[in-house]
Design a protein around this ligand. Structure first.
Ligand code: HEM
Length: 446
């Protein structure tokens, strides 16, 4: 019963006390805990909290589709994590809602049109080739750091169409990952905030965040002082005008949007590619098939190649970078047999859905063929959400598919990989990050 004396038919689940007792198990291994609870409660369950709201977790594709797409106006992003993130990364449109979100999404969107992205192919491929030239080889190599650095460099080089001085690039990348890790720590261990008045850890991070903004400000100044025109995202943002006032985006808001594109655009790709290399290492037949198709196409064609796309999709099915996403109900609502009050937070558990045997045959196996049109029977389109759904669908999805296809092509051309038997640890933070991804890596020409 709620204060207005209305009754709701919440999904079965845990009371506040039960969830309090289980919170340690959840924090220790959220994916394992949520997956087990999904099995116990048939795919949708509720968690009462000590705060005012209830959580509903679901891996039901129809429910997810309802929240993200069909009735999206009732489901803005919740502010569980957004407010804290905005402290360090600014209030870019990933973290905003309503008019503010719509206005800035519309201003950024043209930068992701296919022809703009196609114009960046050369920069993306050049960045990949430079990174691969330094790729370490030998037995038991952790490939994650270099893949991460490559993904970071791609997003910076293509957003700004410039090659930053190496020391500026490494300062930006180092500071970004420090601030990001700090923010993730804060989300996972909220109690650490109590120590801020003593250790000033948050102030140190805010200073680092201000440093990143300064670097971006410097890049903007340089671009604005030059006469050259670039057909890239930054030019589009600089030339964008608000529909109602006709004014350009103020500098601080512009930096917010750029910070958010860096934030959302590098770790997702780094994680997906690293998981993919881990999955591919034992799959000699899959790699042979990819290499066979490479003989008849150049690197830019790989983004249109059905098998390349199937391999990347299969990687994102098993290890979706966005493993869970949150929304909050603005008004009371109902879905199927359930009803719930406004303020309920709905968490879509993509990881669980992508491995649910009701929707996927041989659900835990790496089997890219399932994504080929000849196997269209699997209900994949309705139960596959690597880039989300609805109006907040990932703005960078085509960009990401292009860079991941090019990376895969260039990597397989240069290197052989084989498994070491070491399984990466799963770190379900903001994104599903792998721990060390240890593989045997050999240059093909050697
Ligand atoms: C494998 C790579 C990627 C994956 C798996 C991924 C996944 C996602 C998902 C699932 C969402 C929706 C989140 C939600 O509904 O709450 C999202 C949103 C977003 N993504 Fe991506 N993403 C990837 C790459 C990128 C890239 C390369 C960029 C930009 C350069 C980017 C920028 C964004 C932004 C700005 C949003 C927020 C969109 C909005 O709220 O309107 N992403 N991404």
């Amino acid at each position: 019963m709620n204060p207005e004396n209305k009754t709701y038919r919440l999904p079965p689940g845990y009371t506040a006390l039960q969830s309090l007792f289980r919170s340690f198990r959840f924090l220790k291994d959220p994916i394992k805990f949520v997956s087990r609870s999904m099995n116990r409660f048939s795919g949708t369950y509720s968690v009462a909290t000590l705060k005012k709201y209830t959580l509903i977790l679901t891996q039901d594709p129809a429910f997810i589709n309802y929240v993200l797409k069909e009735n999206h106006t009732n489901y803005p992003k919740s502010e569980i994590t957004a407010d804290r993130a905005a402290r360090y990364f600014g209030k870019g449109f990933l973290f905003s809602n309503g008019e503010d979100w719509l206005t800035h999404r519309r201003l950024v969107q043209p930068g992701f049109h296919r022809e703009i992205i196609a114009g960046l192919y050369e920069i993306i491929i050049g960045t990949i080739n430079r990174s691969l030239a330094d790729f370490p080889t030998g037995e038991k190599i952790d490939v994650y750091p270099l893949v991460y650095q490559t993904a970071f460099n791609i997003v910076i080089n293509s957003l700004f169409t410039i090659r930053l001085a190496p020391e500026t690039m490494s300062e930006l990348s180092r500071t970004f990952s420090e601030v990001q890790d700090f923010y993730i720590g804060e989300v996972n261990k909220p109690l650490q905030r109590f120590f801020y008045p003593i250790n000033h850890a948050d102030r140190i991070m805010l200073r680092k965040s201000a440093k990143m903004r300064d670097i971006i400000k410097g890049i903007l100044k340089e671009r604005q002082s030059g006469k050259e025109s670039f057909n890239d995202l930054l030019d589009i943002l600089l030339k964008a005008r608000y529909e109602d006032t006709g004014l350009p985006i103020p500098e601080e808001r512009l930096i917010d949007q750029i910070m958010i594109l860096i934030f959302a655009g590098h770790e997702t790709v780094a994680n997906t590619l690293s998981w993919l290399l881990y999955l591919l290492a034992p799959e000699t037949k899959v790699m042979e098939r990819l290499r066979a198709s490479m003989e008849t196409m150049n690197i830019t064609d790989s983004v249109k190649d059905e098998y390349f796309t199937a391999v990347i999709n299969e990687g994102m099915r098993l290890y979706p970078a966005a493993w869970m996403t949150d929304r909050v109900a603005l008004k009371d609502d109902q879905f199927g047999e359930y009803s719930f009050p406004k303020g309920t937070v709905i968490l879509s558990f993509f990881y669980g859905l992508h491995r649910n045997k009701d929707y996927w045959n041989d659900e835990s196996a790496f089997h890219p063929e399932r994504f080929l049109s000849e196997n269209a029977k699997e209900k994949k389109t309705k139960s596959f959400f690597p880039f989300g759904a609805g109006p907040r669908l990932c703005i960078g999805n085509n960009f990401a598919m292009a860079e991941m296809s090019f990376f895969l092509y260039a990597f397989l051309k240069e290197f052989e990989i084989s498994p070491t038997g070491l399984v990466p640890e799963m770190k379900p933070l903001i994104t599903l990050r792998p721990g060390k991804v240890i593989l045997n890596v050999k240059r093909r020409s050697c």
